[in-house]
Design a protein around this ligand. Structure first.
Ligand code: PLP
Length: 352
């Protein structure tokens, strides 16, 4: 932030800035396992998703029912959208995708995310890509949640375009990337100057981009911690089940990211759980991220066919790089306390 150079300037400050931009681009390209030319920096994944979904020329958009709002809303705004169902475990229904592709017009776009932000469920990206290829459709993959938690190279190799967001892997907010594997797709994000190979005009957010590059570099170095994170998450879920065997865990039967758990405390509204945990200094979310300050009903759990009373009692618990066993102990203690308070059997009514 102290270096004010503009990468497009030819003087020394500009050349320094251009060198920093190149390094960051190489790092993000390495994270995604693509060439540096494929990386277009954006203001985040929302912009990247909008750019692909709203590009002119798609005759139809086939979009899974569990996509982030930045895909859903962009697709609906653009029109010609068909929602692809998911099964109860949160995995996209490949038979329906194949059926839709069989009758799809030329210039069809399929958008299925690599891993879901609410449940962590990982989608069969290779199989989706193979179906798209077989039917001549393009495949866009929102890999925001996968970045730093799954190897991105195979996902980037399978998809035509990929969206990434720095703040999901510990980088700064307000910066992301669209990976474009095929320059002939004709995607143009913002018209103006020649930045980002002419695809996304505007002076680059260099501090953000440098932060993104460094976060990407660290994510590649830090892969070993993921197994330990999955162990912690699994232990947390087992302990919750010991206390409340009927606890619903979304996508439990499917492959999931190591850090995500979406669980329902039976009969207790998610907002009550969020407040009780917040009072104890533990930050969790209810339903979809409340971008407007209000908790909305989760379209992801709806798409999975989760009963509304269960969906309304579901919270998202995300473990971070620094999460340790004692954090899980604390979460379990607060969760158990709330569970016992809300499920106490009134005196005199317990069965002998
Ligand atoms: N896609 C997914 C799956 C996300 O989780 C998010 C952010 O929560 C986004 C897209 C939007 O990313 P950004 O905040 O960079 O616009």
């Amino acid at each position: 932030m102290e270096k004010g150079g503009n990468p497009s300037s030819v003087h020394g400050f500009g050349r320094d800035a251009a060198a920093m931009l190149r390094t960051a681009r190489d790092r993000v390209a390495a994270l995604a396992g693509v060439g540096a030319d494929a990386v277009v920096f954006t203001s985040g994944a929302t912009e990247a998703n909008n750019a692909v979904l709203q590009a002119p020329g798609w005759a139809r958009r086939l979009v899974s029912g569990i996509e982030h709002d930045s895909i859903m809303a962009a697709a609906r705004h653009a029109g010609d959208v068909t929602i692809l169902p998911v099964a109860a475990d949160g995995m996209v229904d490949l038979a329906v995708l194949e059926h839709e592709l069989a009758s799809a017009p030329e210039s069809t776009l399929v958008a299925v995310m690599a891993a879901n932000n609410e449940t962590g469920v990982i989608q069969p990206v290779d199989e989706i890509a193979a179906l798209c290829r077989a039917h001549g459709a393009r495949f866009h993959c929102d890999a925001v949640q996968a970045a730093g938690k799954l190897e991105l190279a195979p996902i980037a190799a399978a998809a035509d375009t990929l969206s990434l967001s720095a703040h999901k892997l510990g980088g700064p907010p307000g910066v992301g990337a669209l990976i474009i594997n095929d320059p002939d797709m004709g995607l143009r994000l913002i018209h103006g100057g020649g930045q980002e190979s002419g695809l996304r005009a505007g002076t680059e957010n260099l501090p953000g981009i440098v932060g993104f590059g460094r976060a990407g570099e660290l994510a590649l170095e830090d892969r070993d911690g993921l197994d330990a994170l999955a162990d912690l998450r699994n232990a947390m879920e087992s302990r919750i089940r010991e206390i409340a065997p009927a606890t619903f865990i979304a996508g439990e039967a499917a492959p999931r990211l190591a850090n995500t758990s979406c669980l329902a405390m039976p009969g207790v509204p998610a907002e009550t759980q969020v407040m009780a945990l917040d009072l104890a200094g533990i930050a969790v979310s209810a339903g979809a991220a409340c971008s407007s300050g209000k908790v909305q009903r989760s379209h992801v759990l709806d798409a999975m066919g989760v009963a509304s009373e269960t969906a309304d009692a579901s919270i998202r618990v995300s473990l971070g790089w620094a999460t340790q066993e004692r954090d899980i102990d604390r979460f379990i203690a607060v969760w158990t306390d709330l569970y016992k308070r809300t499920h106490a059997v009134p005196a005199g009514t317990a069965a002998e």
